[in-house]
Design a protein around this ligand. Structure first.
Ligand SMILES: NC(=O)c1ccc[n+]([C@@H]2O[C@H](COP(=O)([O-])OP(=O)(O)OC[C@H]3O[C@@H](n4cnc5c(N)ncnc54)[C@H](O)[C@@H]3O)[C@@H](O)[C@H]2O)c1
Length: 388
């Protein structure tokens, strides 16, 4: 034990030494819509960061955004391209554009030697994700995908439970979630901007919660389903500041419900469903079943970053069937977005691997893409992921 504490002191001092920045990290923000707020609020808490540039397709939007936050001296651009072309000293960009504009700006930034924190979902299609991974590999730069629930202590506990071996070999998982009514509208509901609906928006988080816990095995086949009965119905759509319920129903061109039955490497099956709207309170708890134990995670809006309540581990002890509760752990209060952005920058500065690497999220995207393709074809398909 004495050895352990000496080792941890050494690790600590090395880390602290690495975190002494010689110059400020120069950051740009691409896309200054809703989620960019969480990025800038995090950056503004970091004294080693300088926000130097911002871009948005909508004229004046990036300027108004920076004014709201009182950030001075920022250079503004009409799209990601001009920003990357002109900002020669950039260390990193936050890409906060809608889903259909994830791949192109990310590839462009990587090709120009800029590290990228890309919002989720990774992309819309698997093909785009593969192109991004190729650009990342070629560039040698760092790309991390914005899954902030990964920073939550209770989410991390799920992975620790699986890795402890208490569940044995995992063979079946059920996950997903949804809202009785919760269609986001804005740019999320049109194919030209959102690309995919509930499946990409919140489904990617449910998939990440369980796949990250079990070490991201490769997906092999999928039977997928998707529908849009609520989004396209003016009676279950919403009016917002800009559109009536009828207009939003007419704009709606993505899924509001999706489901999939996925075979994963290692003889594991994953049963998944996700909804932006449904006639149900929840489509069920997340369960992870193993040969030695089972884990129940109460139905969770995991995209908000934590589990839905005390988890339960079911296992046998000396022939007795036991149930153990896993208490909810208290977070350190720094905020999941702050930790997401900080862990990305720390990895950039210290030359460490991406906190949420594309090697994992490529499989997440392959499942989402597989569900879409299988749903369109109406039968099971093989998931083929090209070598990067
Ligand atoms: N991590 C989270 O919790 C979370 C939450 C909400 C949204 N998101 C993700 O963030 C992304 C953006 O969501 P949002 O709600 O902020 O969308 P939004 O529509 O409010 O903002 C996107 C902005 O990007 C701009 N844009 C698009 N293409 C551009 C380009 N090439 N160059 C410069 N600007 C460009 C648009 O003009 C728009 O202002 C989505 O992919 C979404 O899934 C993540």
């Amino acid at each position: 034990m004495a050895g352990d504490s000496v080792l941890s002191q050494t690790t600590q001092s090395v880390k602290e030494e690495k975190k002494t920045f010689e110059k400020k990290i120069k950051v740009g923000i691409i896309g200054t819509g809703w989620i960019a707020e969480a990025h800038i609020e995090s950056y503004l808490q970091m004294e080693d960061v300088e926000i130097v540039a911002a871009a948005d397709l909508i004229p004046g939007k990036a300027e108004a955004f920076m004014e709201t936050y009182g950030v001075k001296g920022v250079r503004f651009y009409p799209s990601h391209k001009e920003l990357i072309d002109n900002e020669k000293d950039l260390d990193a960009v936050s890409i906060c554009t809608y889903n259909t504009a994830h791949a192109e700006p990310t590839i462009y930034a990587l090709e120009h030697g800029v590290n990228v924190l890309l919002e989720k979902p990774f992309t819309v299609t698997l093909e785009e994700a593969v192109e991004v991974c190729k650009a990342e590999k070629k560039s040698g730069k760092l790309l991390s995908i914005g899954f902030q629930p990964r920073c939550d202590v209770n989410m991390q506990m799920i992975k620790k439970i699986v890795e402890s071996g208490v569940l044995g070999k995992i063979y079946y998982i059920q996950t997903g979630g949804g809202r009785r009514r919760g269609i986001p509208n804005s740019t999320f509901i049109e194919k030209s901007t959102g690309g995919i609906g509930a499946l990409g928006d919140i489904g990617c988080y449910s998939l990440d919660m369980v796949l990250n816990a079990i070490g991201y095995p490769k997906p092999l086949t999928v039977t997928g389903y998707k529908s849009a009965y609520f989004g396209t119905n003016p009676e279950t759509q919403y009016a917002d500041r800009f559109h009536t319920a009828e207009e939003n129903a007419a704009r709606f061109s993505v899924d509001d419900f999706a489901a999939g039955f996925i075979r994963l490497e290692g003889d594991i099956v994953l049963d998944f469903r996700i909804a932006w709207a449904m006639h149900l309170d929840t489509p069920g708890d997340t369960i992870i079943m193993g040969t030695k134990g089972g884990l129940r995670i109460p139905s969770t809006e995991c995209w908000n970053g934590t589990v839905g309540g005390e988890m339960t581990i079911y296992h046998d002890l000396a022939g007795v069937q036991m149930e153990e509760k896993v208490p909810i752990l208290k977070d350190d209060g720094k905020g999941l977005f702050y930790k997401k952005v900080r862990s990305f920058l720390d990895a950039v500065v210290n030359g460490e691997p991406a906190p949420v690497p594309t090697s994992q999220i490529l499989y997440n995207q392959a499942i989402i893409d597989g569900i879409c393709k299988s749903a369109e074809l109406g039968h099971e398909i093989e998931i083929n992921i090209p070598e990067i």
